[in-house]
Design a protein around this ligand. Structure first.
Ligand code: PLP
Length: 431
């Protein structure tokens, strides 16, 4: 350790947590298993910063894993929530707020003509898969190695995020009979997808992907990859689904589909649209969405779905994002951060590669280039762990895994980026 970082209270709380919750956490990625050491227990968050229970302050590049795009606890969101709270926390009946957020999503996301709100990204992906199968009458699914679509059985095959971080084989408890219908291909490999379609004629319901990968580290699509998938799915009567749970309202207001001009049949959303409350959504073509109950026969439901507090946080967050200059600002500061990190790595003699689009970035300790999960796995994980620890000790909170993207927010200032780069220079010089 290079600097003292007092984490006595964090350690105490986490020790107790481990006795009463598996691994001491309610989501595996929060543990520091892959980087060593103990997780930091947060006390509060505001803007670009987080404070732990020992009073340490961090510049936060996790942003609650994506939702905090306007900065944590934005006063407009908090005030709207306070007002909504007075009207009750859950209705279990239709409310106008659902229409408002639905219209905002439909206006923003090119593929979405109708939308259904759920409570998490996992739920959105599970539901969209059922819909893909219901609509096509086919069972098989193509996903990509290192992509994460929540923890549904069908998706826990060569999955990213915590599965990749912990180096887990496919999870026990997932029946073979279920995963037998999940076909996988390397990301950015259109020929592999073509081959799967050829080997399974008339059997593939669709292709689901992170149109920019964030759950195997940050991996953008190669030119023509998304377009190629659009053509292949059409040719084979299969659906194209963009899982924009991470990228929706982050890469651009209308997501990757707006930015790259490739329009899928269906889209899943989460993270940013909840503004820090639990919201997921799936939507797409009207003819497909009309199959969802009670309009159609495909069943999917939720006691707390469309919850007034969650809708309020989502509406306020999207309103804030609509202000002119939002995505230009995110791109500007994140580019400065990403280019700075790469430059410092070069100057201090570390092989590294990475990049950013809008407020999403990644840095791999490998010469690269990284086109897929296999490439990402060539990263020097031990070096990443030391880098992570060094940054933490200097008040910079990065995702505790080489296989996760980083996020900036509208609250991150030029000065925050400068401080982060100064810390990175110190750490990389000593790695
Ligand atoms: C986070 C994420 C999910 C899962 O969302 P949860 O809200 O954690 O269930 C699904 N897909 C992608 C691309 C994600 O980044």
């Amino acid at each position: 350790m290079t600097l003292p970082l007092t984490t006595t209270k964090s350690e105490e709380i986490f020790a107790s947590a481990q006795k009463i919750m598996p691994g001491g956490v309610n989501s595996p990625v929060r543990a520091f298993k892959s980087v060593g050491g103990q997780p930091i227990v947060f006390d509060r968050v505001k803007g670009a910063y987080a404070w732990d229970v020992d009073g340490n302050q961090y510049i936060d590049y996790v942003g609650s894993w994506g939702p905090a795009i306007c900065g944590h606890a934005h006063p407009d969101v908090i005030n709207a929530l306070k007002a909504a709270l007075e009207k009750g926390t859950s209705f279990g009946a239709p409310c106008l707020l659902e229409n408002i957020l639905a219209e905002m999503v439909i206006d923003a996301v090119p593929s979405v003509e109708m939308v259904r709100f759920v409570n998490s990204g996992t739920e959105a992906c599970l539901s969209v898969l059922r819909l893909m199968r219901a609509f096509t009458g086919r069972e098989k699914l193509i996903k990509f190695e290192g992509c994460y679509h929540g923890h549904g059985d069908m998706f826990l095959v060569k999955a990213g995020s915590g599965v990749a971080t912990l180096g887990l084989p496919d999870s026990p408890g997932v029946p073979k009979s279920v995963t037998i219908s999940t076909l996988t291909a390397p990301y950015n490999d259109i020929e592999a997808v073509k081959q799967l379609f050829n080997e399974n004629p008339g059997e593939i319901a669709g292709v689901i992907l992170e149109p920019i990968v964030g759950n195997a580290g940050f991996i953008p699509p190669d030119g023509g990859f998304l377009e190629g998938l659009r053509v292949l799915t059409r040719e084979n009567g299969a659906l194209l689904v963009f899982d924009e749970v991470m990228t929706g309202f982050r890469i651009a207001y209308g997501g990757v589909q707006e930015k790259f001009g490739v329009i899928p049949d269906l889209t899943t959303l989460g993270k940013v649209i909840g503004g820090g409350l639990p919201v997921g959504a799936y939507g797409g073509r009207r003819d497909i969405m009309s199959m969802v109950a009670p309009a159609g026969p495909m069943y999917q439901a939720g006691t707390l779905s469309g919850n007034p507090l969650a809708m309020t946080a989502g509406i306020k967050t999207l309103e804030l994002l609509q202000k002119p200059g939002t995505y230009e600002y995110l791109d500007k500061i994140t580019k400065k951060l990403s280019n700075g990190l790469l430059q410092i790595a070069k100057e201090t003699g570390h092989a590294a590669c990475g990049g950013q689009i809008s407020g999403m970035f990644g840095l791999f300790f490998t010469p690269g280039p990284v086109h897929n999960y296999e490439d990402a796995k060539k990263s020097d994980l031990a070096k990443f762990s030391r880098f992570h620890r060094g940054m933490l000790e200097r008040g910079i909170y990065l995702a505790p895994s080489q296989f996760e993207a980083g996020f900036t927010s509208l609250a991150h200032t030029d000065e925050d980026i400068d401080k982060t780069l100064a810390a990175a220079r110190e750490v990389m010089s000593s790695l």
